[in-house]
Design a binder for this molecule. Structure first.
Ligand SMILES: NC(=O)c1ccc[n+]([C@@H]2O[C@H](COP(=O)([O-])OP(=O)(O)OC[C@H]3O[C@@H](n4cnc5c(N)ncnc54)[C@H](O)[C@@H]3O)[C@@H](O)[C@H]2O)c1
Ligand SMILES: NC(=O)c1ccc[n+]([C@@H]2O[C@H](COP(=O)([O-])OP(=O)(O)OC[C@H]3O[C@@H](n4cnc5c(N)ncnc54)[C@H](O)[C@@H]3O)[C@@H](O)[C@H]2O)c1
Lengths: 203, 203
């Protein structure tokens, strides 16, 4: 099994390689990938070693070949059904974003507990009552659940999603979720991003 | 100058140390921090070495001491005025989020180009015309600009923000921004998060 932190860095290397290919760069060394992505060369080599040996000692990696190998490993253009729990400010903003569809992610439904949010006809994507979650996930092969619920509801929501059979969670609530080992959680922590930026605006 | 990727990882170490302090853990080694955050021990040691030597060889770091040092370095809890460019789905969701205020980030204004979005009275946070950006930033010591504009407008928006004197940008548009060396850009790439999760839901 490839560690999740390695898979996340692969997406970053892939975007980098797409840019290099546009600029017609033929080869790149792990130290150059490291500089461009703010990592150590050892980290880059360790990540790429999971996929076999494509580097040529002394010359680096062939850009088109490495790009193709990473795209295949990530399975980038296979579509994946996604649901969102929490149809509040963030949940609705995410559901209306056409950019996810372009990357192969279809947001097929939202779930909420507030009666005023549950609408199955007016919004582009239907909003169901949370009690319909298990049923919906079993009927429609859902791959990913996004949690856009209040922080105190996040752990319960994660348990319900896992019980419905989903093993991939994108979590926006600023809390560490306790889930079984086979479940992968990615946390988007916008406060951490702002804290990092504030360091520079203050110094 | 401490590299930005190191500063971003410090926020992650800080959250980890806050959790360890809650669990009454007294010391921790760089290899344990590495395991808990999906990094190499070499990366953790390299990051922490920027702030002096607090580890005790063979015992690791004292949790309360390391936590205090990182909080001070990051300047958490000093307030920082933030503006948002783009008062669409994402911009409005971000501006209504009370969690930013808790971390010391005050969203003081939004800016847009569409007449139907510009409202200075009805919404909690005023929405100004983009032409007022320079004026507003100079009058109100703004620290951070968030870009929630369409991808084709992002580079222009970045240039306008930098010309107004802001050097910290949180960018949601899936595009690499070209900015001067003294400007720090953090990209939130939700598509990369979903691609990483999709890898596990497919395999
Ligand atoms: N809005 C942002 O920009 C932003 C930024 C960073 C993080 N977050 C985080 O994202 C989450 C959502 O934020 P928001 O601003 O959209 O909040 P919100 O209050 O606008 O929306 C939350 C929604 O979740 C629903 N809900 C509550 N419990 C639920 C449950 N058990 N199952 C399903 N739905 C449930 C509520 O009825 C509500 O509609 C929060 O955890 C917040 O900390 C939001
Ligand atoms: N909505 C999401 O969940 C989401 C997710 C990931 C990424 N993004 C990215 O975030 C950005 C915003 O997405 P959205 O869904 O809010 O789009 P949106 O179309 O709802 O909002 C964009 C807003 O920006 C305004 N605008 C256009 N040019 C501008 C300029 N030069 N200066 C100031 N305002 C300008 C528009 O008038 C509009 O109000 C996009 O780049 C998108 O790719 C959004």
């Amino acid at each position: 099994q490839i560690p999740e932190s390695t898979i996340a860095r692969l997406s970053i290397y892939l975007r980098l390689l797409e840019e290099l290919e546009r600029e017609k760069t033929a080869t790149i060394r792990s130290s150059e990938i490291a500089n461009l992505s703010g990592l150590t060369a050892a980290q880059v080599r360790k990540d790429l070693a999971y996929f076999g040996q494509f580097g040529v000692r002394g010359q680096g990696y062939a850009v088109p070949l490495l790009k193709k190998k990473i795209s295949q490993t990530l399975g980038v253009h296979q579509s994946c059904k996604t649901i969102i729990l929490g149809a509040g400010n963030l949940g609705q903003a995410l559901s209306s974003y056409r950019g996810f569809h372009k990357e192969g992610f279809d947001i097929v439904a939202l779930f909420d507990i507030a009666a005023d949010k549950i609408k199955q006809k007016e919004t582009a994507t239907p909003i169901y009552d949370l009690s319909e979650l298990q049923n919906f996930v079993q009927k429609n092969k859902v791959g990913i659940a996004v949690l856009a619920v209040p922080v105190q509801a996040a752990q319960d929501a994660a348990i319900q999603v896992v019980e419905a059979g989903i093993t991939s969670i994108l979590n926006f609530a600023p809390v560490d979720l306790a889930v079984p080992n086979n479940v992968h959680v990615r946390n988007v922590d916008l406060a951490t991003e702002l804290i990092t930026l504030a360091y520079y605006s203050k110094s």
